[in-house]
Design a protein around this ligand. Structure first.
Ligand SMILES: NC(=O)c1ccc[n+]([C@@H]2O[C@H](COP(=O)([O-])OP(=O)(O)OC[C@H]3O[C@@H](n4cnc5c(N)ncnc54)[C@H](OP(=O)(O)O)[C@@H]3O)[C@@H](O)[C@H]2O)c1
Length: 328
């Protein structure tokens, strides 16, 4: 099968398309013929061994994914496609079923086929969606859902979503709205209308206004793009308020420290907790018309380098999809 592989950490130029062995499903696995996948921040960070996040993060990344070179040669975690074969113990899926899901840190989805455990983060595709629309359902939404669950968001709680136009942010706005929160979203001018259409009650353009200086306070501040800090948000949090980060070692320290000391807290779910039930929940929201993945650009698999460069600009709106046209 064709796959995008890499043998050393570095820029998008380390990626190339190669013929590799097609995986065989184990007893409890499903072999999926992939029609669409995505390039997301996890792919680009892992490909460069997280060197943009500092030495400690890079060392940890290499410990997990391979010290000298990547142990798993194929990136890509989100997928949508058709079941090609199933292991003998599989009961939930059958050959020909249309499925979508997320292989998480096992990656392997930038390829024509991937094997996923039946109990993994995979479900039948929501009715009426194309493969391109189904591939980006999980990445931003599972991350956003994990954060919002950690905040135990209730009806009427006020939440500010910072970076509301990214993969996690576009999902965060919709999920916060679904849970009945009062949503203030922050993004740049070009994304104001989109973010409003996702259900934000009000939108702040960060190129014109600094929300930390306008005197407003929120029960929850969700930094969906890793550009804020707990300290900077302190005055914008209500007493007992929560700060939800999506990355950063320093936030891990705050998450350990603030439950014991002080009134305002940082909640950071490490290790990440994302389940098959979460994927089924997202499928249900889509079928009820309460969630939609936002797609910025679609590239053919062959243009993976260009797609990765675009994701690295940190200016994508929602998600970037790769389409795979198999020869067989
Ligand atoms: N996606 C993942 O797999 C994953 C997993 C775990 C953690 N994370 C972390 O989660 C964060 C977000 O990931 P993501 O994939 O959702 O990001 P993303 O989609 O790449 O975010 C892009 C968006 O960020 C906005 N943005 C860029 N600079 C900004 C700034 N200074 N202030 C406000 N908005 C800004 C841009 O919108 P404007 O044009 O409006 O500025 C753009 O729409 C990152 O910190 C990442 O490391 C990601």
């Amino acid at each position: 099968m064709r796959a995008v592989v890499y043998d050393r950490y570095g820029s998008p130029d380390v990626l190339r398309i190669e013929d590799v062995e097609k995986p065989l499903p184990k007893e409890d696995e499903v072999l999926v013929k992939i029609h669409a996948t995505t390039v997301n921040r996890a792919d680009v960070h892992t490909r460069e061994a997280n060197r943009g996040s500092g030495l400690a993060a890079s060392a940890l990344s290499r410990l997990v994914f391979g010290v000298r070179r990547p142990r798993r040669r194929i990136l890509g975690s989100e997928f949508a496609g058709e079941v090609e074969a199933v292991g003998p113990a599989v009961t939930e899926f059958a050959v020909g079923d249309q499925v979508f899901g997320n292989s998480s840190l096992r990656f392997g989805a930038h390829a024509e086929f991937v094997c996923i455990r039946e109990s993994g983060r995979m479900a039948h595709m929501p009715a009426g969606l194309s493969f391109e629309e189904a591939a980006p359902i999980t990445d931003g939404a599972l991350n956003a859902l994990m954060c919002i669950k950690a905040a135990d968001l209730r009806k009427g709680d006020s939440i500010l979503v910072y970076g509301a136009s990214g993969a996690i942010g576009t999902a965060g706005v919709q999920l916060a709205r679904y849970f009945g929160a009062d949503v203030t979203a922050v993004c740049s001018t070009k994304n104001l209308e989109l973010v409003k259409s996702l259900g934000a009650d009000r939108v702040i353009d960060y190129t014109k206004e600094d929300f930390t200086k306008n005197g407003q306070t929120y029960h929850v501040i969700f930094d969906a793009v890793g550009k804020l800090s707990f300290r900077r948000c302190l005055d914008s949090l209500e007493p007992g308020g929560l700060y939800l980060p999506t990355d950063g070692f320093v936030n891990l320290m705050w998450a350990l420290w603030t439950p014991r000391f002080g009134d305002k807290k940082v909640r950071f779910q490490i290790p990440p907790r994302q389940t098959k039930q979460d994927v089924l929940f997202l499928k249900q929201l889509i079928e009820e018309g309460k969630y939609r993945p936002v797609i910025d650009r679609c590239y053919p698999l062959e243009d993976v380098i260009e797609a990765s460069r675009y994701v690295e600009t940190q200016q994508k709106t929602g998600n970037v999809v790769l389409t795979i046209n198999s020869a067989t």
